[in-house]
Design a protein. Structure first.
Length: 231
C-alpha cells in the first residue's frame, strides 16, 4: 500500500543545465511529522552524502526560507526550481507498507543534489503549520549519517517503526496511544480527556516518567488528544 510519495522532475546528469520541479505528491503530515515528513527526511538523508559538504549550510538556510514562505531567488544551490516539467526526467520516491511493515523505495534518475532540493522544495506545497512541524525533521536529516532503516525512523521522527505504520490512520494511532481498546469507534470528549490526563501523568518525570523521553511523549499525547477532539 502506498503511504507517501514524492515525484521529483529534474535534468538528467549528463545535461549541463540544472533544473528541478515537483510532480505528484502524497505527503500526509498528521500527526506530525506524518508519513510524508518521514519520506522527505529519508530522501534528504539518503542523497546528502553525495552532495558537496560546502553546500550543506545553505541547504539548512533554504529549509528555513521555504518554511517561512520567503521568496527564493533562482537559481539556488546550482539549480533552478521551476513549475514547468517539459523535457525533464523524473525520480519517484515512495514509502510503502501494510499493518506489519513499512519500506522506503527510493529511485533516483538524477543528481543527488536535485533529489535533496526536491524534498526541501516540497515543503512549499504544505500549509504553514505543517512546514513548521517538518522543518526540524529535515534539519535532523541533514545531520544523519547511517542507513535509512528503523533507527533512522526513530531518530528522525521520534516514533518507532510500529508507530510509523499506525500513522497511516491518524485516528487509529491516537486511539491506540491514549489506550482505548482495539475496535473502539466512538469516543466522547470526556473519555478522551480522562485518558489523556492519565497518560500525561504517567509520562511526566514527577511521576516516574523518563526525563530523556518525557518531552516527546507529552507532545505525542497532545497530538493524539487534538486528533480525537477534532474528528
Amino acid at each position: 500500500m502506498l503511504l507517501a510519495e514524492l515525484e521529483i522532475w529534474h535534468t538528467r546528469p549528463v545535461t549541463p543545465t540544472r533544473r528541478v520541479a515537483l510532480g505528484h505528491l502524497v505527503l500526509p503530515t498528521d500527526p506530525a511529522p506524518g508519513l510524508g515528513g518521514v519520506l522527505l527526511a529519508a530522501v534528504v538523508a539518503a542523497y546528502l552524502p553525495a552532495v558537496d559538504d560546502e553546500l550543506v549550510p545553505d541547504l539548512g538556510r533554504l529549509i528555513d526560507q521555504v518554511t517561512r514562505g520567503d521568496r527564493i531567488v533562482q537559481p539556488r544551490l546550482q539549480h533552478r526550481y521551476q513549475i514547468d516539467r517539459h523535457g525533464l526526467a523524473v525520480s519517484v520516491h515512495q514509502l510503502n507498507g501494510d499493518a506489519d511493515n513499512v519500506t522506503f523505495d527510493l529511485h533516483s534518475m538524477g543528481r543527488p543534489l536535485s533529489q535533496v532540493l526536491g524534498a526541501v522544495y516540497a515543503l512549499e506545497r504544505l500549509d504553514f503549520d505543517a512546514r513548521r512541524a517538518l522543518a526540524p525533521v529535515l534539519h535532523r536529516a541533514l545531520r544523519w549519517r547511517g542507513p535509512i532503516g528503523p533507527s533512522f525512523v526513530a531518530d528522525i521522527s521520534g516514533v518507532s517503526r510500529d508507530d510509523l505504520v499506525g500513522l497511516a490512520d491518524p485516528r487509529l494511532w491516537a486511539l491506540d496511544l491514549l489506550g482505548f481498546p482495539m475496535g473502539t469507534v466512538k469516543v466522547t470528549k470526556k473519555e478522551v480527556m480522562a485518558r489523556f490526563r492519565l497518560k500525561l501523568r504517567d509520562a511526566h518525570p514527577d511521576h516516574g516518567g523518563d526525563d530523556a523521553v518525557a518531552g516527546n511523549a507529552i507532545e505525542r499525547l497532545g497530538e493524539a488528544r487534538r486528533i480525537l477532539l477534532q474528528s
